[in-house]
Design a protein around this ligand. Structure first.
Ligand code: ADP
Ligand code: MG
Length: 322
């Protein structure tokens, strides 16, 4: 059985020149912010049987645990710098640890985000990461800045993670090819770091967040923080390629309410449309205009013809929301 220290040394401590002033090994790590920069800090936890099924692929878990945290940095427009990892696991399984740390470091290296410390303990599998990012003071895109008349944008596509969940739960028949296409969206989410950075650096967005709990609920956080309302065309929501082949009611439901998307939702002055489309193109992340911020409170969902859509009454009854 590996000791805690051997385990950390073998799977998590790397002898690479890093950005941290002091990394793994002492009581604290030391991080020196770049001159004139501000730190963005966020924590997200993945709990077995709550956020992932028991027996989930360890490499995917390593990826996803960091990806969902990086997604929060993306939403503020911050550049990833470092992260800590608090890990509880029932036993020190070398095969699991090797795969987990591989997935973790693959995405960490992709975004130049260094593991600088953490904690390791025995217990039910639980992965808690805190990320540290940097940005210029005043550039962070908060939830509270949306203004009446703003466009509402969504990055990438929505709903394929929810379609994957429907497949895993056997909610309704989904063909194998569709699940193959959709499942990376659930297991290997791609944080929209470059788009977030471009929006923040260019001062293009008034408000933003990442969509983790479903578009409608998450947009609601912007509306509440900004004290505004919105009108959204549900048929404009960009369905993932697998979801796009499903029936219209499923498409609407999963795009609007699905969850686990890790796309950005942001609002911006209509004068920025061309700049936003160009920013999306420059970082390879398409952006879609889905609605408008209203001065009055409340979220109104409409279809392409402008009629009110009631998602609960959309003839969709083959699943219950998570
Ligand atoms: P302490 O007794 O001060 O809590 P630990 O013995 O838990 O310290 O950890 C020793 C060192 O290893 C610390 O620098 C800590 O940040 C680091 N560490 C512990 N667990 C992990 C982990 N899962 N990933 C990265 N670093 C870790
Ligand atoms: Mg400790």
């Amino acid at each position: 059985m590996l000791s805690e220290f051997d385990l950390i040394k073998q799977y998590f401590k790397r002898e690479l020149p890093g950005r941290a002033t002091l990394g793994i090994g002492d009581d604290c790590a030391l991080l020196t912010p770049g001159a004139g920069s501000q730190m963005a800090i966020s924590t997200d936890m993945l709990v077995e049987n709550r956020h992932f099924f028991a027996g989930a692929d360890a490499r995917c878990l390593g990826h996803k645990a960091l990806a969902v945290n990086l997604s929060d940095l993306a939403a503020m427009g911050a550049t990833p710098v470092a992260f800590t990892l608090a890990l509880a696991m029932p036993k020190a399984d070398p095969v699991w640890l090797a795969a987990f740390s591989k997935g973790l470091f693959e995405i960490a290296d992709l975004y130049g985000c260094e593991l600088i410390g953490g904690d390791t303990t025995r217990g039910p599998l639980n992965i808690c990461i805190t990320v540290f990012g940097e940005l210029a003071p005043g550039q962070a895109i908060k939830r509270s800045g949306a203004l009446a008349g703003d466009d509402i944008w969504v990055s990438g596509t929505l709903g394929d993670a929810r379609l994957t969940l429907a497949g895993l739960r056997d909610e309704f028949p989904i063909d194998h090819a569709s699940l193959e296409l959709a499942s990376p969206r659930m297991h290997l989410p791609d944080p929209r770091i470059a788009l977030g950075q471009a929006l923040a650096a260019g001062g293009l967005a008034h408000a933003a967040l990442d969509i983790s709990d479903g578009f409608v609920g998450d947009l609601g956080h912007i509306l509440e923080a900004s004290r505004v309302g919105a009108t959204v065309n549900v048929d404009a929501l960009p369905a993932g390629p697998a979801l796009a082949a499903q029936e219209a009611a499923t498409r609407r439901q999963f795009c609007a309410l699905g969850g686990d998307d890790y796309e950005l939702c942001f609002t911006a002055d209509p004068a920025q449309r061309q700049a936003i489309i160009a920013a999306g193109a420059a970082c390879g992340t398409p952006v879609t205009l889905v609605g408008v911020i209203d001065a009055g409170p409340g979220l109104r969902l409409i279809d392409g013809a402008g009629s009110t859509v009631d998602l609960d009454a959309a003839g969709f009854d083959h699943f219950t929301l998570p």
